[in-house]
Design a protein around this ligand. Structure first.
Ligand SMILES: NC(=O)c1ccc[n+]([C@@H]2O[C@H](COP(=O)([O-])OP(=O)(O)OC[C@H]3O[C@@H](n4cnc5c(N)ncnc54)[C@H](O)[C@@H]3O)[C@@H](O)[C@H]2O)c1
Length: 257
């Protein structure tokens, strides 16, 4: 099997598909032959991802959806099954950074927003995806990756909501893997280090700060969307058939300190 037909005949769904990691992951799945459903609340960003995929000869459908709405998530998941006749690969990638402040001062509304997007939406996605993968509407079996973070195993000051939400995503990943292994569904998490894309790039817009962050990684650089897409496509491929419930760090050694 070549890289071009690794996922042929498979349907994949990626959330946050208009963002930095989501676009790279979606493009890589499509390049492997998957037909890809692109979910994002920023419809035009997801449409740009679709354009890139189609220009490369791939197939994609866009769903403009706010993932904090469980009914909208369910419609998009079952809309994907209806459009493509199945669901085999899901990547729950959408996330936000949230406010930065010490825990005692962390604004309640900001806490709720981070937990809603980074944790609750992953729960809603898993519920619909697991129902779709185990119902008659789609063939049994599948592979799911939740995009976690290095902040699923370590912490950083001023981002308690983010750290807590990403630790929780790992717990959810393990619970789902345990419950759905017998149904042939593997659920793993990928934990990237800092990457100069999306909300992280917006928050830290200073070359010297990025150089200092790169120096904190034994491999001497921060992560790229391609690093993340490589780990995700490995984990959802049949080559990882015996791997489930794991956090696969993509961190250049950051967490070894
Ligand atoms: N960039 C980093 O440094 C970094 C590091 C580790 C983990 N991550 C994680 O990787 C994932 C992707 O991050 P990114 O860096 O590509 O960010 P990004 O901002 O480029 O992409 C996030 C995407 O999610 C979408 N989104 C956000 N909230 C949504 C909602 N409620 N409904 C639907 N779509 C929504 C956004 O519109 C955006 O397109 C996130 O889960 C993030 O926590 C990022």
């Amino acid at each position: 099997m070549t890289a071009a037909d690794r996922f042929s005949g498979k349907t994949a769904l990626v959330t946050g598909a208009g963002g930095g990691f989501g676009r790279a992951i979606s493009a890589r799945l499509a390049a492997g032959g998957a037909q890809v459903a692109l979910l994002d609340r920023d419809r035009s960003a997801a449409e740009e991802t679709a354009r890139i995929i189609e220009e490369d000869g791939g197939t994609a459908t866009v769903f403009g959806v706010d993932l904090t709405d469980p009914d909208a998530v369910d419609d998009a998941v079952f809309g994907t099954v209806k459009a493509y006749g199945g669901l085999h690969i899901c990547v729950n990638n959408a996330g936000i950074g949230g406010e930065m402040s010490l825990l005692a001062d962390y604004p309640l509304e900001a806490w709720r927003q981070v937990v809603d997007v980074n944790l609750n939406s992953v729960f809603y996605c898993l519920q619909s995806q697991l129902r779709a993968m185990t119902s008659g509407a789609a063939p049994a079996g599948g592979a799911i990756v939740n995009i976690a973070s290095i902040m699923s195993t370590v912490a950083m000051a001023n981002i308690s909501a983010y750290v807590a939400s990403k630790h929780a995503v790992l717990g959810l990943t393990r619970a789902a893997a345990l419950e759905y292994g017998p149904s042939g569904i593997r659920v793993n998490a990928v934990g990237p280090s800092f990457s100069r894309v999306g909300f992280t790039a917006e928050k830290i817009d200073d070359d010297r700060q990025w150089e200092a962050m790169a120096a904190q990684h034994p491999l001497g650089r921060t992560a790229t969307p391609q690093d993340v897409a490589t780990a995700v496509t490995q984990l959802v491929s049949d080559e990882a058939a015996y791997i489930t419930g794991q956090l696969h760090l993509v961190d250049g050694g950051y967490t070894l300190h």
